[in-house]
Design a protein around this ligand. Structure first.
Ligand code: IMP
Ligand code: MG
Length: 176
């Protein structure tokens, strides 16, 4: 696919993404062998990763979704989020895997982990597609991740810039 003009370079191709997700699916299936997991995906960005990941997991999976909205611009109040669409079902007693598209400062995941942990799951862990570790402000336990990335703004495979580019099958760096 020809990149859009706003795109500087492709970071991970469709093939690289697919191969890495396959590995991660195996790793998750082995870690939770004999159990059932509930994948919780944060709308909208992580649904692309979620659907690919579930097909690479061989143990039984359930899915549920939540959406969050930030208060104002993330620069003005980083990490101040609220749940705008909650889960449909209880997670009590379940082995929960929180599936994220990208962890940047870590503030969103910290908030979600704290909120979900209060609902008595049997266990809760984080699985992220991309991990922008150089930008981390708070430490969050990341159990599974596909790729670490540098401090650049990326789009594609679910990640957006003003709601665009989510449908790109690769991950690309935007021009500054
Ligand atoms: P946090 O800083 O870890 O709380 O992440 C906040 C959110 O910022 C992520 O869930 C993404 O929606 C968004 N985000 C951070 N970095 C990028 C990026 O490079 N591309 C697209 N969205 C991003
Ligand atoms: Mg997000």
């Amino acid at each position: 696919m020809i990149p859009a003009p706003e795109i500087e370079k492709i970071l991970f191709t469709e093939e690289q993404i697919q191969a890495r997700i396959q590995e991660l699916g195996t790793e998750i299936s082995e870690s939770y062998a004999g159990r059932e997991i509930k994948l919780i995906s944060v709308l909208k960005g992580s649904i692309f990763f979620l659907t690919a990941l579930t097909r690479a997991i061989s143990i039984p999976v359930k899915m549920d979704f939540l959406a969050i909205s930030s208060f104002g611009s993330s620069r003005a109040a980083p990490g101040v989020v609220r749940i705008s669409k909650d889960l449909d079902e209880s997670i009590e007693g379940e082995d929960v895997l929180l599936v994220e598209d990208i962890i940047d400062t870590g503030l969103t995941v910290r908030y979600l982990l704290h909120t979900l942990a209060g609902r008595q799951p049997n266990s809760i862990a984080v699985c992220t597609f991309l991990d922008k570790t150089p930008r981390r402000l708070v430490q969050v336990p990341v159990r599974f991740r596909c790729f670490e990335i540098p401090d650049r703004f990326v789009v594609g495979f679910g990640l957006d810039h003003n709601q665009l580019y989510r449908n790109l099958p690769y991950v690309a760096v935007m021009k500054p």
